[in-house]
Design a protein around this ligand. Structure first.
Ligand code: COA
Length: 161
């Protein structure tokens, strides 16, 4: 059975990410959620916090493992023996960036393919930064993130005030 990685910042994980994960976990033998550490982004949550939230929301999947990585996604994939990188395509606006990244990753390692999943249409306009912004200004994100993530967002953003 094929091993796949699902890399991302997951700051924090949303129902959109979990929707992609559910689809990927039903197709691949093992899926590693790979939390990226070396981002230009300045994450709200530490790597450990992001991993803990993902662990809490994915315990129902016996074939999903959570890890973190620094550096190139293809190098991490090779290190864990994965031949697939999973990415989500929410809208046509994701395509250019994803196309470039998939081709560049394939250029770096032709043994690793990128496989795209489309999230449920309810999540096509969702992103981690939108969720953070809604919470920051007191809005309700219950339909976009699991309860534990919502609570962590409130705790983190209120303690920063
Ligand atoms: N549901 C909800 N939100 C989603 C989503 C989904 N299904 N898919 C993507 N998003 C959101 C993310 O939360 C993120 O939101 P944010 O910008 O508000 O934080 C945004 O869409 C972009 O997501 P994504 O494209 O997955 O970027 P990312 O920053 O999470 O991850 C990496 C990008 C880490 C996978 C990529 O930069 C990488 O592989 N880096 C390692 C270095 C490398 O190998 N680079 C490639 C060289 S070609």
């Amino acid at each position: 059975m094929k091993l796949a990685i699902y890399p991302g910042t997951f700051d924090p994980v949303t129902n959109g990410h979990l929707d992609i994960l559910k689809r990927a976990a039903s197709v691949f033998g093992t899926v590693y959620i790979a939390v990226a550490q070396n981002m230009h982004k300045n994450p709200l949550f530490t790597t450990e916090e992001r991993i803990a939230m993902i662990q809490n929301c994915t315990s129902q999947y016996p074939n999903v493992k959570i890890d973190h990585f620094k550096g190139l996604a293809v190098e991490y994939a090779q290190k864990v023996g994965a031949s697939v990188i999973i990415r989500g395509l929410r809208a046509i606006s994701d395509f250019d960036y994803e196309f470039q990244m998939a081709l560049m990753n394939r250029h770096m390692n032709d043994n690793i393919d990128t496989v795209f999943f489309m999230p449920h249409e309810d999540y096509t306009y969702l992103s981690s930064s939108t969720v953070r912004e809604i919470v920051r200004f007191g809005g309700n994100v219950s339909e976009f993130v699991p309860g534990i993530v919502k609570n962590e967002l409130i705790r983190k953003l209120r303690s920063n005030e």
